[in-house]
Design a protein around this ligand. Structure first.
Ligand code: DAT
Ligand code: MG
Length: 150
């Protein structure tokens, strides 16, 4: 273990369902309570271009258009979160994609449920790999963040 190693960064989004339900504070609190640092934060209305770029890996899937429409349905909060192994750690805090089966104790497991919609509404996004994190941080924070740890 090298204590001087640069901590990892991940992109977290509080999706429109999280903002609508007043869960920004609860979600940020869980991230901070775990011990991760928030190094950038932005409340914004995303546009289609940014979302199609962010979710490019899902283009062509049946839930792609519903996913884009859902993410356009209200403001989101984008955060860059930092800490050792934060990519894996935040995905663990978030829980499984499907909130019905997400473990109790996780953000999705405790706070989300099946809404009967075409796209799963599950409150948060977290990058799934270092490459995704770099790509996604560049999309939401282009020119805002210092280059460190990219
Ligand atoms: P995650 O957000 O857990 O990384 P993902 O990247 O596979 O999941 O999918 C992005 C979002 O799309 C996900 O948070 C919810 C929605 N989604 C994924 N798979 C779906 C499916 N089979 N049906 C409906 N919505 C889905
Ligand atoms: Mg994903």
């Amino acid at each position: 273990m090298n204590p001087t190693a640069t901590p990892e960064r991940t992109l977290v989004l509080v999706k429109p369902d999280g903002v609508r339900r007043g869960l920004i504070g609860e979600i940020i609190s869980r991230i901070e309570s775990k011990g991760y640092s928030i190094v950038a934060l932005r409340l914004m209305q995303a546009d289609r271009a940014i979302l199609e770029k962010h979710y490019a890996e899902h283009a062509g899937k049946s839930f792609f258009e519903p996913l884009i429409e859902f993410m356009l349905s209200g403001p989101i909060v984008a955060l860059v979160v930092e800490g050792n192994r934060v990519i894996e750690g935040f995905r663990s805090l978030a829980g499984a994609t499907d909130p019905t089966v997400a473990a109790a104790g996780t953000i999705r497991g405790n706070l989300a449920r099946d809404q009967g919609t075409q796209v799963v509404q599950n409150l948060v996004h977290g990058s799934d790999s270092p490459d995704s994190a770099k790509r996604e941080i560049d999309i939401f924070f282009a020119g805002v963040l210092i280059e460190r740890n990219k």
